[in-house]
Design a protein around this ligand. Structure first.
Ligand code: PBG
Length: 323
């Protein structure tokens, strides 16, 4: 035999020499949940090790992440039911929990990268990502709300705006609103290929943001479709996105690879709440080795072509020095 591929696997040194994919702290984005109040910290039942923090504790959590070299955070608010309405007006109210949180984080840690989520669902009394009329999700009317929300985030200090709503034309709309108001430097990380997935369940528990009726299938993508992701990615690129995101990650590695092969923009992947819950549940039962399972997941998402990974594992992999 002339070719013996095993020779390149014969020692740890050689295995590391030929390793094609690496995950580092710089690639990781840590999603964080925020709740109102003082000195609050409540664990999400379906996401062991993941908490909702009041702003004071959020600042402590971010400080401890920065010490580990984890510098990018995606913030999500848990909004009290009585503050929700059909038009998500709480999403751009100056003294809202979310806008206060962004301002506090940027004031205390200007070097941190703050990514903000633009979508109506946490603030909507219908629990949908768009304005609802007669059971339908209105597209163009929703853009107006998303524009107001994105502008409020930029004014509060957001570094990157991440629209997760899947309305048509929202990247271009938000880009225009930001530019018209002088925020040409604020980036857009678009949820380009966001699927109508079962794996968002634990996230909706964390934020109490599940739809009050129906599902999200008229705006989020059909899990059976791959080519359609190219349409979404191409539109977002033309509309001015700086990053293209695929979500969820693990069940959609083929989509990450497809988009990576068809764009020069950095691709992000969201290793979502249900993916985290699944791994943690198996680990708790002793069915998987924690370190090996988690690092294999993150490495696979990178190998598929993701530059940045949004993951609830971000802090633990650095704390435990697993990378
Ligand atoms: C809201 C939003 C969702 C997630 C991120 N932004 C949920 C949804 O679309 O229902 C899911 C993240 C996760 O599951 O970790 N638009």
């Amino acid at each position: 035999m002339l070719q013996r591929p095993r020779r390149n696997r014969k020692s740890e040194v050689i295995r590391q020499m030929v390793q094609e994919t690496h995950v580092s702290a710089a690639n990781l984005i840590f999603p964080l949940f925020i709740i109102d109040g003082v000195n609050q910290k409540s664990e999400v039942a379906s996401m062991p090790g993941i908490f909702r923090y009041s702003i004071d504790n959020l600042l402590r959590e971010i400080e401890s992440c920065l010490k580990l070299g984890l510098n990018s955070f995606d913030l999500f608010p848990n909004i009290a039911e009585e503050l929700k309405d059909k038009f998500a007006t709480e999403s751009y109210r100056d003294e809202s929990l979310y806008l206060r949180a962004i301002r506090e984080v940027k004031k205390n840690f200007p070097e941190a990268c703050v990514i903000t989520d633009v979508a109506m669902d946490p603030y909507s009394s219908d629990g949908h990502d768009g304005i609802v009329e007669n059971g339908m999700i209105l597209n163009d009317e929703t853009l107006d709300v998303l524009g107001k929300m994105a502008l409020a985030h930029a004014q509060s200090g957001a570094d990157i705006i991440a629209p997760s709503d899947m309305m048509d034309g929202r990247v271009g709309y938000i880009r225009n609103v930001l530019d018209d108001n002088g925020f040409t430097n604020v980036s857009i990380m678009s949820y380009s290929a966001k699927y109508a997935s079962a794996f968002y369940g634990p996230f909706r528990d964390a934020l109490n943001s599940a739809p009050k009726f129906g599902d999200k299938k008229t705006y989020q993508m059909n899990p059976a479709n791959q080519r359609e992701a190219l349409i979404e990615a191409e539109l977002d690129e033309l509309e001015g996105a700086d990053f293209l995101m695929v979500k969820p990650a693990l069940p959609y590695l083929d989509v990450i690879k497809l988009i990576k092969d068809n764009t020069e923009l950095p691709v992000a992947a969201y290793n979502v709440s249900g993916e985290y819950a699944m791994i943690k549940a198996a680990i708790q039962r002793g069915w998987l080795n924690e370190q090996r399972a988690i690092t294999e997941v993150l490495t696979s998402i990178r190998r598929a072509g993701a530059t940045a990974i949004l993951t609830y594992h971000a802090k633990e992999v650095l704390e435990n020095k697993w990378l």
